[in-house]
Design a protein around this ligand. Sequence first.
Ligand code: PLP
Length: 378
Amino acid sequence: MKFETLCLHADNNIKDEWGAINTPIYQAATFVHKGIGVPADYSYTRLSNPTRAHLENTIAALEGGVAALAFSSGMAAISTVMKLFKAPAHIIASDDLYGGSLRLFRNVNVSDGYTFDFVDTGDTAKVKSLIKKETVAIYCETPSNPLMQVSDIAALSAIAKEHGLLLIVDNTFLTPYYQRPIALGADIVVHSGTKYLGGHNDTLAGFAVSANKDIAERLLYLYKTFGACLAPTDSFLIERGIKTLPLRMDKISFNASLIANWLRGRKDVKKVYYAGFSDHAGYAVSKKQSTGFGGMIAVEVTSRALAENILKKVKIFQYAESLGGVESLITFPMLQTHADVPEPERIARGITDAFLRISVGIENADDLIADLEQAFKL
Ligand SMILES: *Cc1c(COP(=O)(O)O)cnc(C)c1O
């Protein structure tokens, strides 16, 4: 089956006696045993649940993994994956990451005795030079949040395999519709399902997809032990979102390319960060490993006053955290996602007081551009 078909029919094994076309919501904490010592297929929802299993089978098929686990949020998935390691584990991670992942690594995992090197994982020679005896994993987002740095997944995988490390890729931004890290050699794919997979800004979810059985078993053990599982109703909502993933991603990417080009032509815009520009440093790698550029754009305008003006005046774009939904959103990373990053570091990275991040939705592109046009007027 091709991708669009898998989004609907990857797991057609649901046994509903009424023939319901949708996966029923099995809102049950526990399941009745068939006899003494004979449990049913499902026993307790922290471990597994039929609605959630259906979603997990779909995600595993879309990402090309052996198994997927659905978590209550992206951070729950990433936190659980990080428990695969033990001190003094050393991890090489992208220096441009989702703020919550940075907080987890720096403030929680470090107190567990882990150490990190944060680098541009697009620089594979640099990654290689940092490997030492304690190194256990390479962790990257590509394109990264919010600076849209691109990493070569196949090249990182070759390094990881040579040194016996796990390669973990956060595939939230492009989704498996545009990028399949496991086929490129990743060992684990993580997601914030809250974003494009769910796609409607209405449900939190996270995923961890394993490339092999050994990792899948170790993750399942941690999953049932920590218990950050996705609830049945939320599993249903994420699955409903996935049915239209390809349609939404195509529309979002189309809109984003128009908006990125419109932004780039303006005198009051200093820099536009968008992976789809042919002069983007990672463009050749993007063309090789992904089939679309997604809907994320970051922009540095000429002043803080202008940035605040835009946030105040937008009518269709909504000034809100998060990304990947049908509604277009705009955020001010300095005060939101990157408020925890020390100021000198943040500014050195280009996340200044005139830096905005845009998540393009599925509205009509002319309306979105007209909205920005009026919001840019001081
Ligand atoms: C939002 C996000 C996360 C965290 O996911 P939650 O569902 O909010 O916990 C992780 N990685 C990326 C790239 C994200 O955008």
